[in-house]
Design a protein around this ligand. Sequence first.
Ligand code: SF4
Length: 527
Amino acid sequence: MSKQATQEVLLEMPVVEGQPATAPLAELPAGNGSVDRRPKYRGVDRNQQTMAVIDVEELIGDDHKARAIWELLGKLDLSKFGEQVKSREGEAGRPAWEPRLLSSVWLYGYSEGITSARELERVMEHEPGLKWLMGLASINHHTLSDFRVKRKEELDELFAQMLVAMEEAQLVTLERVMHDGTKVRARSGSDVFRREQTVKERLEKARELVKEDPQGEGRTRREAAQQRARREREERLQAALEELKKIQESKKSEEEKKKARVSMSEAEARFMKHGDGGIAPSYNVQVSTDAANGVIVGVELSQQASDDRGLEPAVAEVEKNLGREPKQVVADGGFINRDSMEKMEAREIDLIGPLKDPRERSEAAMKASGIDPQYAPHFFIWDEKSNTLKCPAGATLEYVGGSQKSGNQYRQYRAQGGECVGCSEQKKCCPRTPEKGRMVSRLEKENEVVARFREKMSTEEAKQIYRQRGAVAEFPFAILKERFGLRKFRVFGKRKAEAEAMWACLAHNVMIWVRLCWHKPATAATA
Ligand code: SF4
């Protein structure tokens, strides 16, 4: 047998070279009296059967990435996946598919941009890499889908093992980790969000329907499926009600609590604003990337639209995966605040990120409270000798005492009410209670942690490091969204969505391993 991947033996071969497949053509007389013949074409015969001989090993080359993925998965311990398998050797029942095989199929699928279980099942019939992995067999899309989203704990373990392997291969150093978050739309639509009263009513109805269901033997499969669907609906509504309580607790006013809404199909999803301006039920996917080779070292889903509390959980996730914290964390302005600076300093992690000038922040705060930024505290001139301030209109503000907020120390000064009431700048400078006189808080001493961070970020070295952030931290998002299509989750629920995000990140890491380590015995120490 030659080295051809497929040799076809035709049982019937009615088409003979030189013989037309169609009926004999008429000779056409040409205008000049000579005979003009129609072109002669070769046709095909579909009324035949073919037997194909396939050498599976010859389907792909020696350097095909399917082999790399299979080899890599063979070096990892996937025994945890086996704990849930019901089929046992020596007992009746169909054997389950090997976790190494299912994992390889998914990771190979991701590497080819195939991220749907149905699509994977369909492509498996003709794609050489998948045909080789599967040994020409095929897996039902339900099995593929369940394996992807229902084995979160096992997947966590696989993700961590992969990282340890990459660390041993010196692809991960944790010297510098870039962290960022991106919003990904949830499966739930925005039209299923309801207020408390509606959720309670629907839950009551769902409970009544479940109570009416007959129990015991004698149910048809169809009836059993309908009952299961009703029970699941009741569970979903119960979860929605519990989640709604959490949302209400996060609201400040009674009015906001009353207006709070929750998704009845996916209680954990939250409305979030996206880069394109759209607002949709979503999760905030937080990803930490090691700067050395772009390996993703931590991934988790947050229900918070804001990133301001995201840094500490991100560091904890990296520590959970690799057993140690990063030395340096680089994040954008959304993560940088006094709380994150203090927490990173307490963990002795070097935090790098942008910090707004206090004047800019002060002007933004003035604007938010209805004062023209041109009347921010730094436009009031301090006289050290008399310890007073002079306002832009020339009035004197007397010292009234000191105050502290967020570790910052302030001196407070107040103008005479009469002067402000009669001032032409009053509407811009003191719009709310001019009769009390304009109050100005002057920063005397900044929080020590913030001051240290500000000093560090003023150095060229820190600025240089921060400039690398975009390329490293945002590259995985480009892969996840553009290549793996992770713009909207395919599954309902935070846990399943987390598993979906994690498979995409794992595939990203595996591709790095294949590119940098495979066939390099000196560094591919993944045992
Ligand atoms: S409102 Fe009062 S503090 Fe402001 S500019 Fe006028 S006098 Fe000065």
